[in-house]
Design a protein around this ligand. Structure first.
Ligand code: HSE
Length: 330
């Protein structure tokens, strides 16, 4: 059994990491929760029992077998390489995702890379959720172009984002001003086509992460991937409308057949009975829902449209991180 450390254990992702390890029977012998001075000493209830949060120290963290980082990129940049001298580090931030010597892993796709690495990057949530649906299609039909439009939940901005949405919905209903400290604008009763910072090319960094990270995970450095990332007032599931052009001809039935066998995917595609992916049904589920599969009117029989919904805190973060840890010891 392993000594597991979690840094950022009281954040939205950290809490789910602990839940997922417990629910999947990850072989945790000892669990140490680390935090800065602000939270050290607090006790938290977890599925592994009541834990007192320890003050973070590199030396203590290095003693663990596996350390999950669910904190900022700045913290990760400074400490992840040092902790990785002793422990396997699985980092949830974007700090190392594009480094050539750091694998970026979605276990359904490239889990083998977890066996030898000391520092592993967990992908951007939107990317990981799309990837589990796109990879089987890529293997079967070859992806030539990918266009993604996202509908991203408040949880992408962590617990403060979820709190701001709840407060905003309540305030708005009472006719009071809706807060906008976490998001660029009030999120309640709104959609915001702006996640992370704008880049020189007019895309946001969140949108470019989908391009950069999909290419790296798939090993397709030139694959054209374009994304529009939009924040919507749902709590914790990201949805995405995806259009692909394929190398080989593909029918919706063939795509459904491939996706019905794909790991990490739940096919929900029965429009006659109003069944399609939605945050309502995908929330707190491990599998990414995929549906609305149809031929695309522009690319014809060399293209598909699909809609996916995946829990941002699970496949988009904590579940994927724990699956990486599982792959590392498999
Ligand atoms: N950046 C993502 C979002 C979350 O804001 O929805 C994590 O990758």
């Amino acid at each position: 059994n392993l000594h597991v450390g979690v840094i950022g254990a009281t954040g939205a992702v950290g809490v789910e990491l602990i839940n997922v390890m417990f629910d999947r029977n990850f072989p945790v012998g000892e669990l140490t929760l680390f935090a800065s001075e602000r939270s050290a000493g607090k006790t938290v209830e977890t599925k592994f029992g009541t834990k007192t949060v320890a003050l973070f120290s590199v030396e203590e963290a290095k003693q663990c077998d596996i350390v999950f980082l669910a904190v900022s990129g700045d913290f990760a940049k400074e400490y992840a390489p040092k902790i990785a001298e002793g422990a396997l580090v699985i980092d949830n931030s974007s700090a190392f995702r594009l480094n050539d010597d750091v694998p970026l892993i979605v276990p359904e796709i490239n889990g083998d890379l977890a066996k030898t690495a000391k520092l592993i990057a967990n992908p951007n949530c939107t990317t990981a959720i799309a990837a589990v649906a796109l990879w089987p299609l890529h293997q079967a039909f070859g992806l030539k172009k990918v266009i993604v439009s996202t509908y991203q939940a408040a949880s992408g901005a962590g617990q403060p984002g979820m709190n701001e949405l709840r407060e905003g919905l309540a305030s708005g209903l009472e006719g009071k001003p809706v807060p906008a400290e976490v998001f660029a604008h009030p999120l309640a009763f709104n959609v915001i086509p702006h996640i992370d910072s704008f880049q020189d090319n007019g895309y946001t960094r969140e949108e470019m992460k989908v391009t950069w990270e999909t290419r790296k995970i798939f090993g397709t450095p030139d694959l054209p991937v374009s994304c529009t990332a939009v924040r919507i007032p749902t709590e914790r599931t990201h949805s995405e409308a995806i259009v692909v052009e394929t190398e080989k001809a593909v029918t919706p039935a063939q795509a459904r057949e491939v996706l019905s066998k794909a790991k990490g995917v739940k096919l929900v595609d029965d429009p006659a009975n109003n069944k399609y992916p939605m945050p309502l049904t995908a929330t707190k589920q491990y599998d990414v829902e995929v549906g609305r599969i149809r031929s695309n009117l522009i690319f014809g029989d060399h293209g598909l449209e699909l809609f996916v919904a995946g829990d941002q805190l699970l496949k988009g973060a904590a579940l994927n991180a724990v699956q990486i840890a599982e792959a590392s010891i498999a």
